[in-house]
Ligand binder design. Structure first.
Ligand SMILES: C[S@@+](CC[C@H](N)C(=O)[O-])C[C@H]1O[C@@H](n2cnc3c(N)ncnc32)[C@H](O)[C@@H]1O
Length: 408
C-alpha cells in the first residue's frame, strides 16, 4: 500500500531541515516509548505511596492524582521533554513551510485555475468559526486552524500536513491515509456490497482522508468540510495535485447546509476530540439528518482513554489538555459517544477498534529486516497493511525464530 505519497503541494525540506525533523521524530519516539512508558512504574513506587501516606486513601479523581504525579521528577522531566519536542516540531516544520510559502501559493493557484480541475472549493466569506480556535492553537500548531492571512494563503493546511506527517511518526496523511484506509478495510469486511454514491468527510483538515475516499470510491461524489479558508485552499490544491476529485466547503459539521438524507457515507477522523461537547452532540444529530436511508456513519477518533482507567492513568493521559492545547481532550476522553449517538436518534450503534495500518517507515524497516534475515517469505504486505500491530508482533516472533535458526 503506497503511503505518504509526495505531491506538488507538499512543503519540501532542505537537507538541514530534514535532519532537524528526523531529530525531532527520534526525540518524540523516545518520549512516547521509554519516558511515558516508565510513568506507571513511577506511579507505583513513588506517587501512589506518597499519596497514601499523606491522605490514608487512594485519590478520588485524576485531578487529585495529578498533584502527586506532578511531584515526581520523572513525570516533570517527561512532560517538559514532550512539550519541548512538540515546540521543536512546529519550529522546524514552520521553517520549511514559511520558506516554501510563495512556491506553494503559486502551485495552488495554478492547480485551482487549471482547466483539468477535478473538484471544487466553496468558501463562505460570512462564515465565523468558533472563537476557541483563535484563542487556542490546537496541539500548538502555529497560527491555529482558522488564521487566513490573505486570499492566497495555504499555510495552515501546509503546516497541518507536514506537522501531521511528523506528529503521527510517519504514519499519517499519505494518499492511503492510515485512518481512512483502516475505516475502508473495516467497511469492506462488514459491508462488502456497500457502494456509497455521496460521501461527506467532516473536519477534513488538509484532506488527508478525503482523498483516500475519493481515490477508493471512484464513482462517488466526495464532499469535505472544515472551518478555515487557508486550510481548505491547501486541501483543495493538494487533492488536485494528487489527481483526486473532492469538493471542499467551508462550513461547520455541527450545522451544515446540505439537504436532509444527502449522504450514504458520513465520516470524521479525529474531529470529535477537538470540538466542544455541545458541538459533538450537534455533530451526532447532524450526521443523522444528513444520512440517506441505508447509509453508514463512521466517526473515528482516539480511544475513549478515560474509560475504565485509574485516576493515575487518567492524570497521565490528561497531558494533552494541560500541555498540548487540546481544550476538549478530557471532555472527549470521558464521554460516552455511543450513548450520544443513540440520544441523537441512531437506532444501531457499533463501537469497533479498527486495526491500524502500518506506516511506511515501519514497512521499510520490516522490509530491511526481512532481507537481512534472508527470509523474504516472512514479509506479508497484506497483513502489514491491514493489521500493522499484529504484523509487527508476528514479524518480531518470526525474526527471533529465524535468528535462532541462523544461530543454531
Ligand atoms: C485533528 S483535525 C482532523 C484531521 C483530519 N480529519 C485528517 O484525517 O487528517 C480536526 C479538524 O477539525 C476541524 N474542525 C473543528 N471543529 C469543526 C467543526 N465544527 N466543523 C468542521 N470542522 C471542524 C478543525 O479545523 C481541524 O481541521
Amino acid at each position: 500500500m503506497k503511503r505518504n505519497e509526495p505531491h506538488a503541494m507538499l512543503a519540501r525540506q532542505t537537507p538541514e531541515e530534514m535532519a532537524q525533523q528526523r531529530f525531532v521524530l527520534a526525540l518524540k519516539r523516545h518520549v512516547m516509548g521509554p519516558l511515558r512508558g516508565a510513568v506507571p512504574t513511577v506511579v507505583k513506587h513513588e506517587a501512589e505511596p506518597a499519596f497514601l501516606a499523606a491522605h490514608g486513601r487512594a485519590p478520588a479523581d485524576w485531578r487529585e492524582a495529578e498533584v502527586d504525579l506532578d511531584k515526581t521528577t520523572h513525570y516533570r522531566f517527561t512532560k517538559a521533554i514532550d512539550r519541548t519536542a512538540q515546540e521543536m516540531m512546529w519550529q522546524s516544520i514552520g521553517e520549511t513551510v514559511f520558506r516554501e510559502k510563495e512556491r506553494m501559493e503559486e502551485t495552488a493557484q495554478a492547480l485551482m485555475d487549471a482547466s483539468t480541475r477535478l473538484g471544487s472549493l466553496t468558501l463562505d466569506p460570512n462564515f465565523t468559526a468558533p472563537a476557541v480556535y483563535d484563542d487556542v492553537h490546537i496541539h500548538l500548531q502555529p497560527e491555529g486552524y482558522c488564521n487566513d492571512a490573505d486570499a492566497r494563503s495555504v499555510t495552515v493546511g501546509a503546516l497541518y500536513e507536514s506537522g501531521g506527517r511528523l506528529y503521527s511518526m510517519g504514519r499519517g496523511m499519505g494518499k492511503e491515509d492510515s485512518k481512512a484506509g483502516a475505516v475502508i478495510a473495516h467497511l469492506e469486511k462488514l459491508h462488502p456490497d456497500f457502494r456509497p454514491r455521496r460521501i461527506l468527510d467532516m473536519g477534513c483538515s488538509a484532506g488527508g482522508a478525503s482523498t483516500v475516499y475519493g481515490s477508493h470510491f471512484k464513482d462517488a461524489d466526495v464532499h469535505a468540510i472544515d472551518l478555515g479558508a487557508s486550510m481548505l485552499r491547501y486541501a483543495h490544491a493538494r487533492a488536485e495535485a494528487m489527481g483526486t476529485r473532492v469538493h471542499f466547503h467551508q462550513m461547520s459539521a455541527a450545522a451544515t447546509t446540505f439537504p436532509d438524507g444527502h449522504f450514504d457515507l458520513i465520516v470524521s477522523h479525529n474531529l470529535l476530540h477537538e470540538i466542544s461537547g455541545e458541538d459533538r452532540r450537534a455533530v451526532a444529530r447532524e450526521s443523522l439528518r444528513l444520512l440517506a436511508p441505508g447509509g453508514i456513519v463512521v466517526h473515528q477518533d482516539v480511544d475513549l482513554l478515560f474509560r475504565g482507567k485509574s485516576p493515575w492513568e487518567q492524570a497521565e493521559r490528561a497531558y494533552d489538555l494541560r500541555y498540548n492545547n487540546e481544550p476538549f481532550w478530557v471532555e472527549y476522553c470521558s464521554c460516552d459517544f455511543g450513548a450520544e449517538l443513540k440520544d441523537a436518534g441512531f437506532a444501531s450503534v457499533e463501537e469497533a477498534k479498527v486495526p491500524r495500518t502500518a506506516g511506511p517507515r515501519l514497512l521499510a524497516r520490516l522490509d530491511r529486516e526481512a532481507r537481512r534475515l534472508n527470509g523474504a517469505d516472512l514479509f506479508d504486505r497484506e497483513i502489514a497493511t491491514r493489521d500493522g500491530d499484529g504484523f509487527l508482533a508476528r514479524i518480531k516472533r518470526l525474526a527471533r525464530s529465524a535468528a535462532l535458526r541462523a544461530d543454531a
